[in-house]
Design a protein around this ligand. Structure first.
Ligand code: ADP
Length: 442
C-alpha cells in the first residue's frame, strides 16, 4: 500500500512524451503524434475506470481488487482496504447487537421499546410470554391497543412514570405484572414488565389474614364490650374496688373496637383499586357535617374551627370513604391541637383539580417524621397518641382513600407553628363544569 506511485507515474508520462517526440521527429508531425499519445493515455485511463467499476459492481462476491499499475493500483488497494475495514466493523457491531439481543432474550423480565407515540418498535422474548406480543405483526402497533386496560391507558397517557403500575397480564388473569416506563433518547419509551405474581400473592395473603383476624375478633369483642357496658351502667351494684378497672376495661375495649373497624376499613380499601361508588358528592355539605362533629369532639377545649369552601364544590367518588378520610384529618387536627387552637378547613378547585387543606396551629411535626406518617401504626409520640385515643391507622386510611380517588396527600408542618394536611384531586375527579378561577394559595 505504501508503494511510492509518483515515480512510475512521472516515468510513464516522460516515456509517453519521449515516444511522441521521437515519432514526431521521424514523421515530422509533432502535433499529431502528441494528440495520439494523449488519446492513448486517455484510453488507458478509461480502461482502468471501467475495471474499477466492474470490480465495484461485483463487490458482493468479495473478490480481491484487479491488478493495477501505479496510481490505479493504489486506488484499487485503498478501496479494498476500506471495504475490508468496514466489513470488520460491521461484523463487530453485529456481534455486539447479537450479544445484547441474546442477553435480553434470556431476561425473565419483558423489555419493550416504544417510539415517542407509544408504538411498538422492539421487544424481547419475555414480552411475548408475559404480554402476548407477536412478531412481526404487532410491530408498529400502539401499545395501548395490545395492553387493553383502562388503567394502563391512563398511566401511559399521563406520562408520570415515577411509580410503577401493577395489573393482571393481558393474556392470563392469574399472572400479575408490574409495568415501569422510562423515557429515553428522543422521547422514546422503554417499558420494563416484571412478573410479580408471587409478591402479589404474599401481599394478598397478608391482607386476607389481617381482614380475617379483624373480622373474627369483632364478635367476641362486641360481646365483651356489651357486658362491660352493662356492668358499667350498673356500677353501683358492683364492689367499689372494681369500678376503676371496669372503666379502664371499657375504654380499652372501645379502643380495640375502633382499631378493628379501622383495620377492616383498610382491608376493604385495599381490596379494589377504584371505589365501586362514583356518585357526585356535595363537598360543602360533607365538610359542614364533619365540622359539626369536630366541634362536638373538641367539646370543652373550644377550638376555633373555620370552614371555607368554594361554592358549588363537588367531587366524584364514594361519600363514605371521603367522609372517613376528611374526618380523620379534621379530627387529628382537633386531637393534636391544644385547647382554643384554630383549625381551618379550606376547599378550592382550579385547573390542577380539587384541593382540601386542613391546617392547625398545633405543636407541629418534626420534618423527619413526615415521610413515614402514613405508615400503619406510625406515631410521632406514642404516649401522646395513645392518650388521644388514636389507632395509628388514620393517615394510612386517608392515603388509601385518596389513591382510590386519583388524589394525593401532601403534608407540611413546622414545629411550634402547626401542620397542614392537603388532599389534591385530579381534575378528572371533579364534576364536569367550567373550572373555577384559580384561588389564592395562602
Ligand atoms: P392516630 O390514630 O395516632 O392519630 P394517624 O395515622 O391519624 O394516627 O396519625 C399518625 C400520627 O401523626 C399521629 O400519631 C400524630 O403523632 C401525627 N399527627 C397527625 N395529625 C397531626 C396534627 N394535625 N398535628 C400534629 N400531629 C399530627
Amino acid at each position: 500500500m505504501n508503494r511510492d506511485w509518483r515515480r512510475p507515474l512521472v516515468g510513464r508520462m516522460l516515456m509517453l512524451l519521449g515516444g511522441c517526440l521521437l515519432l514526431g521527429l521521424v514523421t515530422g508531425e509533432y502535433a499529431w503524434t502528441l494528440v495520439l499519445g494523449l488519446l492513448a493515455q486517455l484510453g488507458w485511463m478509461l480502461g482502468q475506470l471501467i475495471r474499477l467499476h466492474r470490480w465495484l459492481s461485483r463487490r458482493e462476491k468479495d473478490e480481491p481488487p484487479p491488478d493495477g499499475y501505479g496510481l490505479w493500483g493504489e486506488i484499487f488497494d485503498a478501496i479494498y482496504h476500506l471495504q475490508r475495514r468496514g466489513q470488520r466493523e460491521r461484523g463487530r457491531l453485529q456481534a455486539v447487537i447479537d450479544r445484547i439481543q441474546e442477553s435480553t432474550a434470556a431476561l425473565r423480565d419483558a423489555v419493550v421499546m416504544l417510539d415517542s407515540e407509544g408504538n411498538l418498535e422492539w421487544w424481547n422474548r419475555a414480552a411475548e410470554t408475559l404480554l402476548g406480543l407477536k412478531a412481526p405483526q404487532d410491530a408498529g402497533q400502539p401499545v395501548t391497543n395490545l395492553v387493553r386496560h383502562p388503567r394502563f391507558k391512563e398511566y401511559f397517557e399521563r406520562e408520570e412514570y415515577r411509580e410503577p403500575l401493577e395489573l393482571a397480564s393481558p393474556i392470563n388473569d392469574d399472572v400479575r405484572l408490574q409495568f415501569q416506563i422510562t423515557r429515553y433518547g428522543n422521547a422514546e419509551h422503554l417499558m420494563l414488565v416484571r412478573d410479580v405474581t408471587r409478591l402479589h400473592q404474599l401481599e394478598q395473603m397478608r391482607k386476607d389474614f389481617v381482614a380475617n383476624v379483624s373480622h373474627e375478633l369483632r364478635t367476641p369483642l362486641t360481646v365483651l364490650a356489651g357486658y362491660l357496658e352493662t356492668l358499667v351502667d350498673n356500677v353501683d351494684e358492683v364492689n367499689p374496688r372494681w369500678q376503676r378497672p371496669l372503666h379502664t376495661m371499657q375504654q380499652q375495649a372501645t379502643r380495640m373496637q375502633a382499631l378493628l373497624n379501622d383495620l377492616l376499613l383498610l382491608a376493604k380499601l385495599e381490596a379494589a383499586d377504584y371505589p365501586s361508588d362514583n356518585s357526585p358528592i356535595d363537598i360543602q355539605r360533607l365538610l359542614q357535617s364533619i365540622r359539626t362533629d369536630a366541634v362536638a369532639l373538641s367539646g370543652d377545649q373550644a377550638h376555633r374551627i373555620e370552614l371555607d369552601v368554594q361554592p358549588g364544590a363537588s367531587l366524584k367518588g364514594s361519600e363514605a370513604e371521603l367522609r372517613s378520610a376528611f374526618s380523620n384529618l379534621v379530627f387529628n387536627a382537633v386531637k393534636y391541637t391544644p385547647a382554643h387552637g384554630t383549625i381551618r378547613i379550606h376547599w378550592w378547585s382550579d385547573a390542577q383539580g380539587g384541593h382540601l387543606r386542613v391546617s392547625d396551629n398545633g405543636p407541629g411535626i418534626e420534618a423527619r417524621h413526615l415521610p413515614r406518617l402514613t405508615e400503619r401504626f406510625y406515631r410521632v409520640d406514642a404516649g401522646r397518641a395513645s392518650h388521644s385515643g388514636g389507632t395509628g391507622l388514620g393517615l394510612a386510611i386517608v392515603k388509601h382513600v385518596l389513591l382510590r380517588h386519583r388524589g394525593k396527600l401532601e403534608i407540611h408542618s413546622e414545629m411550634g407553628r402547626g401542620s397542614q394536611f392537603s388532599c389534591h384531586f385530579d381534575p378528572r375527579q371533579l364534576l364536569a363544569g367550567p373550572p373555577q378561577p384559580a384561588d389564592e394559595e395562602d
